[in-house]
Write a protein that binds this ligand. Structure first.
Ligand code: HEM
Ligand code: NAG
Ligand code: NAG
Length: 338
């Protein structure tokens, strides 16, 4: 939602009925200044940012995502997660895409990303196609945001208009990526709420965005403790998952985050939670007798509500601290600074 749109139509009516013209103009000036301040971090993101400078952008990204996802459906999940992990560290600035070099340590080997993030090569391929049609114009951070949306759509989820105009960072932060800004699968509800709140996202946004775990795969090493030790877990589900995730081996064995439809973007994730079949401790925390139970139940029964809350929350997540204007750069290759 744009503050500007909301208030330019709302203000005059209210002013003419309740304020003198002098104080109303003071109020208007003050409000506009406040709105500009509040909005300055995302003021330049807009859905039509490249409509003149790169009209083929959206179709180029879409066709590359389509071919990557048709080759391997899981790639849709991996591209969605890349956008999340980019946005939660330094904002949505492409920082996660920067490869390590002998003199530079980026985010890719930080705990939540090491041996876990995927799709960097797909983003690099899309970038090179985009460079072919409009060189030096489109940021990698924007490509990641569009690829995340296209992935969700291809797997059957909702669509939304992606706001654009982010620029790419010249830096990345290993320590921030390692420092708890990306929530861990061992988190309790309170920690989940706080880590999203720290990025300007509400509890509702957090629960809706967690619906991303309706697609994709996870390694045994991140769900072992839950399936062997947690008590708020369906026992036959726990036994099944233990089978491919023994106590002392199999760290890299994979299991689907949604046991029912792991390549379809639907509400089965929430149905699983209601049945104590969340794969991570953190997933099950969303339905464990706490404040978010009722929202999980709502989403489990109302795909339309989930889809619209999810899309709104993705737009909010994409607005986290972008670099705009002359900040940062438009990388030539996503894996390194110019
Ligand atoms: C709420 C807190 C969250 C926690 C604790 C969490 C944790 C995790 C973990 C541990 C994995 C598996 C990693 C591995 O096995 O290597 C995973 C996978 C995944 N996460 Fe999350 N996540 C959270 C929120 C999100 C959000 C907000 C999104 C997207 C907007 C997301 C999208 C995904 C996807 C799609 C996968 C599967 C990736 C693939 O198959 O490549 N997650 N998450
Ligand atoms: C990343 O994972 C590999 C393999 O598990 C491990 O050897 C390496 O130490 C990890 N890197 C960091 C920075 O933790
Ligand atoms: C289960 O909990 C016990 C006691 O806290 C702990 O020693 C053990 O390492 C845990 N097992 C796993 C797989 O996390």
């Amino acid at each position: 939602m744009s503050h500007i749109t909301c208030c330019s139509s709302y203000l005059p009516k209210k002013m003419s009925s309740s304020y003198s013209s002098f104080s109303s103009s003071m109020v208007a000036v003050t409000l506009v200044m406040v709105l500009l301040l509040v909005d300055s971090s995302s003021a330049k993101l807009s859905t039509n940012f490249y409509s003149k400078t790169c009209p083929k952008l959206l179709s180029t990204v879409e066709s590359e995502v389509k071919s990557a996802v048709s080759e391997e459906k899981r790639m849709g999940a991996s591209l969605l997660r890349l956008h999340f992990h980019d946005c939660f560290v330094q904002g949505c600035d492409g920082s996660i895409l920067l490869d390590d070099t002998s003199s530079f340590r980026g985010e890719q080997t930080a705990g939540p990303n090491n041996k876990s993030i995927r799709g960097l090569n797909v983003i690099e391929r899309i970038k090179s196609k985009v460079e072919d049609v409009c060189p030096g114009v489109v940021s990698c951070a924007d490509i990641v945001a569009i690829a995340a949306r296209d992935s969700v759509v291809l797997l059957g989820g909702p669509s939304w208009n992606v706001k654009l105009g982010r620029r790419d960072s010249r830096t990345a932060s290993f320590s921030a990526a390692n420092g708890g800004q990306i929530p861990a699968p061992t988190s309790n509800l309170n920690t989940l709420i706080k880590t999203f709140q720290a990025k300007g996202l509400s509890t509702k946004d957090m629960v809706a965005l967690s619906g991303s775990h309706t697609i994709g795969q996870a390694r045994c090493t991140v769900f072992r403790a839950r399936v062997h030790n947690d008590t708020n877990i369906d026992s036959s589900f726990a036994r099944t998952r233990q089978g491919n995730c023994p106590l002392n081996s199999g760290d890299n064995n994979l299991a689907p985050l949604d046991l029912q439809t792991p390549t379809t973007f639907d509400v089965n994730y929430y149905k699983n939670l209601v049945n104590q079949k969340g794969l991570f401790h953190s997933d099950q925390e969303l339905h464990n007798g706490g404040s978010t139970d009722s929202l999980v139940e709502t989403y489990s029964k109302n795909p339309k509500t989930f889809n619209s809350d999810f899309a709104a929350a993705m737009i909010k997540m994409g607005d986290i601290s972008p670099l705009t204007g002359s900040k940062g750069e438009i990388r030539k290759k996503c894996g390194r600074v110019n």
